[in-house]
Design a protein around this ligand. Structure first.
Ligand code: C2E
Ligand code: CA
Ligand code: CA
Length: 549
């Protein structure tokens, strides 16, 4: 038992009454108390808390314990002479109170014993209700309690909030499991505090999914920011990002239905670099319907050639005039009813649903055909880079598929270059490194796409098999205005130089950007400055006609 009491005489008295049956520890200030509680919570059975401490009000300690979720495991009996404070302490989560001046020893002993027994019973129940890492409710109990709240106070509007951590497996992979657990614990604590503040409950299911059922608010952004700030403070260098989906209160929707929609909203925020907080509304619903439709239409689209492959040239800018050295194949969907659909609208969707492989193979085969056609028609061999989704890397048939396409078209392994995003590397480093190493042994050339956005550590980079770095266009965008970005690009070019491989700058739109990149020693560029991705007929007209030798 931890006795929190600053007056020596009272401490003595309690000691006499309790020392025979219990091991006693003492604290006389708020600071000592919190230290004891946080460091020894698991070995304490009870706190006897005097509300009148020299440095803080005992109620603040109670509140703090409640916010941290400690009161469920560690009961508190309040010691006070103030009748009003007794009731208030009970509503704040104290299990009982002992009035001052103290009653007879048997009364104190009885209350202490009863409180400890009650709380031990509760802890045993609590262990099955709660997730052991964060102390939040597990799935079954969360929904059981949410339903109870819903039925009990139909008129009180309650919102559903779902939270995830972006790329949590990467956080684990880069920093270790123990760190990952700490992130979950700290976040769980904060979430528990917020749920309490908004008169609600919180649960954790799966590794990094948190659900909050709480009183309706308009300030979702505020909640998001507080949680994100907590993570930023915990790991200023790891850049751990949350995503959050909200389904605001609807009188006729039960918690399970509310949370279904909140989860949909949350998954729409996935991988969105700008929008980490999505509130379920008509737009989200429309988006969901559109995605359903695109999934349904995929088969037909493949069979009736609705996918087009556009080509964007890559230029060597260290020679004058700049010289065409290759092209990137970029898919477009010419949908009969919806018109032209950009890849960002369907690639992530097909990745999530395991359909991307089919689409990518279609593109690879088309690109291979194009290389052959350009060679026979224009007498030039233009290497074409194709995009590999992170999902393709896990396809055990990947190598055979690529080999088959090249064989069928009589092409060498370095004709079709492979772009793999840096984030694919960092997400599943071991697997990707192994697959890419294999491909490179066969003389495939692999370009690391979107470099600078995937959080490679320098240590990882040194182990990464890759032939070209493609500097993400977000670094190029502001180099004319921002000296910092110039330095960043210079740094990335330095990394490429150190790895002894060329770098391609993406998204070059202006003469000014080109000039800076050339001066920084960048060899290759791709971007609207030279050309947007073009339909093959246009590409031929613009870059190949006249090259016939
Ligand atoms: P990415 O691989 O980074 O492709 C480059 C994107 O940047 C293309 O967008 C291109 O049109 C755009 N871009 C090129 N130059 C500029 C510029 O100067 N300024 C700006 N603002 N943008 C420029 P797109 O074609 O919409 O493709 C988007 C993404 O979709 C691609 O990003 C790639 O990740 C994915 N993607 C495209 N085609 C395929 C494919 O066949 N398979 C797979 N798995 N992914 C693909
Ligand atoms: Ca690419
Ligand atoms: Ca890119």
């Amino acid at each position: 038992i931890l006795i929190v009491e600053d007056e020596a005489i009272n401490r003595e008295l309690l000691t006499l009454v309790l020392q025979e049956s219990y091991t006693l520890r003492y604290a006389a200030t708020g600071e000592e108390t919190l230290k004891e509680i946080f460091e020894n919570a698991s070995s304490l059975s009870l706190v006897l808390l005097d509300l009148n401490l020299p440095d803080v009000n005992g109620k603040d300690i109670l509140l703090k314990m409640k916010q941290e979720g400690l009161l469920d495991r560690l009961p508190v009996i309040v010691l006070t002479a103030d009748k009003d404070a007794e009731v208030e302490s009970l509503t704040m989560g104290a299990m009982d109170f002992i009035p001052k001046p103290y009653p007879r020893p048997e009364v104190i002993q009885a209350r202490v014993r009863r409180t400890i027994e009650l709380s031990e019973g509760r802890v045993i129940i609590g262990q099955t209700e709660r997730d052991s890492l964060t102390g939040l409710y597990n799935r079954d109990y969360f929904f059981q309690y949410a339903n109870r709240i819903y039925r009990g106070r139909k008129k009180k509007p309650m919102d559903a909030i779902v939270l995830n951590i972006e790329q949590f497996h990467t956080v684990n992979a880069l920093n270790g499991r123990e760190f990952g657990d700490q992130v979950l614990r700290v976040l769980g604590n904060k979430i528990s505090g917020i749920a309490y503040e908004f008169g609600g409950i919180a649960g954790r299911f799966g590794a990094d999914r948190f659900d909050i059922y709480c009183r309706h608010t308009d300030d979702y952004r505020g909640i998001f920011d507080r949680l994100q700030t907590t993570l930023d403070a915990l790991a200023p260098n790891a850049s751990i990002r949350l995503r959050m989906g909200v389904m605001p209160f609807q009188p006729d929707l039960e918690p399970v239905q509310l949370f279904d929609r909140a989860r949909t909203a949350c998954s729409m925020a996935r991988g969105h670099y700008k929008n980490h907080l999505i509130i379920f509304d008509k737009k989200v619903l429309e988006r969901e319907l559109l995605e359903q439709r695109l999934l349904n239409d995929l088969r037909r689209a493949l069979d009736s050639y609705e996918f087009e492959v556009y080509y964007q040239p890559k230029f060597n800018i260290q020679v004058e005039p700049p010289k065409l050295v290759g092209a990137e194949a970029l898919i477009r969907w010419q949908h009969p009813e919806l018109g032209m659909i950009a890849p960002d609208d369907f690639i992530p969707l097909f990745e999530r649903n395991g359909k991307i492989g089919e689409v990518d193979k279609y593109v690879w085969a088309k690109a291979a055909r194009k290389i052959v056609r350009w060679r026979t028609e224009y007498g030039v061999t233009i290497p074409i880079s194709v995009n590999l989704s992170r999902v393709d890397v896990f396809d055990s048939m990947l190598e055979e598929t690529l080999d088959g396409i090249l064989l069928q078209h009589g092409l060498d392994h370095d004709a079709l270059k492979l772009e793999i995003t840096e984030s694919a590397y960092t997400e599943n480093a071991d697997q990707v490194i192994q697959v890419v190493e294999h491909l490179r042994q066969k003389e495939y050339k692999v370009e690391m796409d979107d470099f600078g956005t995937g959080y490679s550590s320098l240590h990882m980079l040194s182990a990464m098999p890759v032939d070209v770095l493609k500097v993400d266009r977000s670094f190029v965008r502001n180099i004319e205005r921002d000296d910092k970005d110039v330095q960043l690009v210079a740094l990335i070019l330095g990394i490429a130089k150190n790895m002894n491989i060329p770098a391609i700058a993406e998204g070059v739109e202006t003469e000014g950007q080109l000039k800076i990149l050339r001066e920084l020693g960048c060899d290759l560029v791709q971007g609207y400055y030279f050309s947007p991705p073009l339909h093959p007929t246009e590409f031929e007209a613009k870059f190949l006609r006249g090259t016939v030798n």
